[in-house]
Every structure is written in C-alpha cells, then in structure tokens.
Design a protein around this ligand. Structure first.
Ligand SMILES: Cc1ncc(COP(=O)(O)O)c(C=O)c1O
Length: 450
C-alpha cells in the first residue's frame, strides 16, 4: 500500500467530501491528495503538478504559498490568538477601516464573519431588521435570480434556488423567496437579442415581480454583479443602474454579493464598479483573504447602519469566529499584496488576453457556443449534442483537462468557468489555452451534432 492509497482509504472511509460520493471516489482512484502549492500550481503527494485554473474555489486571488501571509498569521497567533468581538483587536479595527476605504460610496460599517454563506445570512437578516427598525414591518421577501448561488447554509441556500443543491429534499424552504431571471445575453429568458436588450428586459422582470408580489413586502434584492455560478455571466451595462433605480423607487435594499467578484477578480476592486452603482449592503469572502484562512464580511452603507444606532436598535447576532484576529490580520496582508502588486489591473489586462485567446479557440472549435467574462473570471459554454450524456460529459472533461495539466471544474457539464489566481502570467494562460485546445480536439470524436 502506498501513502496515496492509504490516505485515500482513510478519506473514503471517514471523510465527507464536498459534492462527491465516497463510493465513486474509491472506484475511480480518488480523491487526489494535494500536498503543496505555489503561485498558480498545485502538486499532489506523488509529485504530479497541475495549473489550478479554478484558483481554489475562485478564491486564491494572490496565488498560493506566500511567505508573508504565513508570517503575518504566525505573528498574530503569537501576539493574540483570539478574543471575542465584543471588544475588538488591532487587526479588526484596521481591516474595518480599510474595507470602508476601498468599497464604493458610503459602505462603511463592517460586520466580520468567516465565509460567504455567513456574510449573506447576515446581509439578509440585516435587510429585514433594517425595515423593521424603520417601522416597515411587512418587508421580508427577498428577490434573487434563478441559478445564482449565495451559499450553502439553511437560509441562503434558497437564494437563486441553484439546481446543484437539490433543495427539494429540504423543503419547506423559508417564506418569501422570489426568483427573477438572469440577465444572460447568451440565453436571455425574455428573448433579448443584445446584452443591452436582455439587461433592460431582465430588470423589467424584477419590477414586474415586485408589483406582482406587493412592493411593500419586499425587503431586498440580492445578486452577484457578474454571475459566477452560471459561468461569468456579464449583464448588459444598463442592468445594475436600472435595478438600483427600481430599488430606490420601491424602498428596497440592494445586496451586492462580491464573494467571488471582489478583490480584483473582474479587473476592478469590486465587480459592481463596472456598473457605477453603489449597493446598500455588500458581502465579501474568498478573495478577501485569498483562502489562506477563513474570513468573510458584510459591509453596509451609512443609511443601513444608522437604523441600528442606539441602544434600542442593536443588531443581536454573534459568531465565535467572526472577527477572528488571525483572519483579519491575514486579510489585511492579502489586501496589501493586491494593492502593492496592482493585481486588480493585472486581472484586467490578463483577462483581456485570456478572452482574446478563447475567442481564437472558439474560431477553431465550433463546439464553443459562447466566450464570456471580464477580468480573470471567464467562461466558455459548449453547445451541440454529444455521444456521452451530460453528466458523463462533465466527468470526461474534468479528467481530460487533468491529463492536459489543468485542474478545472465544470459548472454544469457545458459551462467551464476559469478563475486562476490574479498573478497568472500570459505564458500560464497560453498553457491553459493549449490544454483546452487538446481537450476539445479530443472531444470532437464524441460530438454528434453542433
Ligand atoms: C457568489 C457566492 N456567494 C456566496 C458563496 C458562499 O461562500 P462560502 O462558501 O464561503 O460560504 C459562494 C461560494 O461559492 C459564492 O460563489
């Protein structure tokens, strides 16, 4: 028995891994045992190296293996390993100030948490509690967009109702979930022929839903500025400004989920900046700490924060790991690296190069129906009919990418989203393109109709 098979045996016997079955894994010689990582590359216990095109879970913005991150974490642990967030600590105060400085508009009061699901749970609770404190007790409904993902915990799992979560087994879900269409120019639910047309029609869909569901009962609208859960769906430029205006007109709060899009992922510090819109609440995780340690945050505007001022208005919630000083110290260093190395601009520039190369690839492979994205959040969507069924196609693609040196998940079997660390080089992007090319060339023998 090798060390790999021994560890696989233990994992398949005792560990409950994410979105995978232990029997399937045992049968197919999984899981991989990842041992170390540096920059954009990860290496398994047997010394095989791959380029991590997923960037973890679209979260390793600064790349793997930064020594200064380890130094900061170690020093913070030695200095003060933990203290609850009813007092505060040096790194927490500094991080809150930093987030207030770099987020748009007057977003300025920070509630630290330990991940994206928690950030969105808190955002939804704050939105509802905000209306109650203003005497508007009937507002509890939340509008999200079909297919969006905002987290896995019991409340936010229902936002977007993503098909991957199999939510019907947990019914009944929370009351007041309303689902709008996604402004996806490639397959606009309302038949929009251009990104702009689709944007306007999908924003109109939100207003129609508000009217149908009684405007006075709607608390908030939540969305990612660029929908990562459906593969880098960039709405037409009109979408977010119209949604912002609708929110203002009906007294509804706008929650901007920047868990994936934040911290340079889309070539701006925050995705919503592409649209010139300021949300009322913004949620952060992933790129906030580049997954060196768990961290997330919910940040609100002065208007929202003011509703919670005063003894009688306190927001009662406490999370043991919220504002953990080791996490906040490491997030500060992570932001420092993003700023010092100008990784936001790097993401914009490399993203343009990536999209150009993907367009070249789509000229060669007619199976690529759409190339989309912005910054280093890009995707291709496959079209056509295959001799393998959809579920097997996803597995086939992942395995073939792997043989070509790429770690790459598919979202649905036909949507392949790529979000490498923001320090990826053009040479590494060329390597990704070569791996995609080789995989799609091999796929051609499984295509029955394009
Ligand atoms: C857009 C978005 N929001 C929220 C979450 C939940 O974040 P976490 O997994 O840190 O709880 C995710 C996770 O993938 C996400 O993609």
């Amino acid at each position: 028995m090798t060390i790999t098979t021994e560890l696989q045996g233990k994992a398949n016997r005792y560990l409950w891994m994410q979105a995978k079955g232990w029997d399937d894994m045992a049968a197919s010689g999984e899981p991989m045992i990842i041992d170390h990582a540096n920059g954009v590359s990860v290496t398994d216990i047997e010394g095989n190296t791959w380029l991590d095109v997923n960037g973890g879970y679209s979260s390793i913005n600064i790349g793997y293996g930064r020594k200064q991150m380890a130094d900061v974490v170690k020093n913070q642990m030695l200095e003060l390993s933990y203290y609850p967030e009813q007092t505060t600590t040096f790194p927490n105060a500094l991080l809150a100030e930093k987030l207030a400085e770099i987020t748009p508009g007057d977003l300025s009061r920070v509630w630290p948490v330990s991940g994206g699901s928690e950030a969105n749970e808190i955002a939804v609770r704050m939105a509802r509690a905000y209306h109650v404190r203003r005497g508007d007790k009937g507002r509890y409904k939340i509008i999200s967009r079909y297919g969006s993902y905002h987290g896995a915990t019991s409340g936010v799992a229902w936002l977007g109702r993503p098909s991957s979560l199999g939510l019907n087994q947990y019914e009944p879900g929370p009351l007041g979930m309303i689902y709008a269409s996604q402004p996806n120019p490639f397959s606009c639910s309302w038949g929009g022929k251009s990104p702009s047309e689709c944007a306007v029609l999908c924003a109109q869909d939100i207003e129609n839903l508000i009217i149908q569901n009684d405007p006075d009962t709607i608390a908030a609208i939540i969305g990612e500025p660029i929908t990562s859960s459906l593969g880098a769906v960039v709405p037409g430029q009109e979408y977010w400004p119209i949604v912002r205006e609708i929110c203002d007109r009906y007294g509804i709060l706008l929650i901007d989920d920047e868990v994936v899009c934040g911290f340079g992922r889309t070539g701006r510090m925050f995705g919503i900046e592409h649209f010139g819109v300021t949300p009322d609440i913004m949620t952060l995780a992933k790129g906030l700490g580049s997954s060196y340690v768990p961290i997330g945050a919910t940040i609100v505007s002065t208007k929202v924060a003011d509703a919670f001022a005063g003894k009688e208005n306190i927001f009662y919630a406490a999370l043991t790991a919220g504002g953990h000083p080791v996490s906040t110290a490491s997030a500060l260093e992570n932001i420092n690296i993003i700023e010092q190395e100008d990784l936001v601009e790097a993401s914009a520039v490399k993203g343009r190069y990536f999209i150009e190369k993907l367009n070249g690839l789509s000229d060669k492979h007619s199976v690529i129906g759409d190339v989309r994205g912005i910054g280093l959040l890009v995707a291709i969507e496959l079209v056509g009919e295959f001799t393998i069924d959809d579920e097997d196609l996803g597995v086939w693609l992942v395995n073939t990418f792997k043989k070509n040196g790429l770690l790459l998940r598919t979202l649905s079997s036909r949507v392949i989203q790529m979000s490498p660390p923001l320090c990826v080089t053009e040479t590494e992007i060329d390597f990704i393109i070569d791996g995609l090319d080789a995989t799609l060339t091999k796929l051609s023998s499984h295509i029955s109709k394009v």
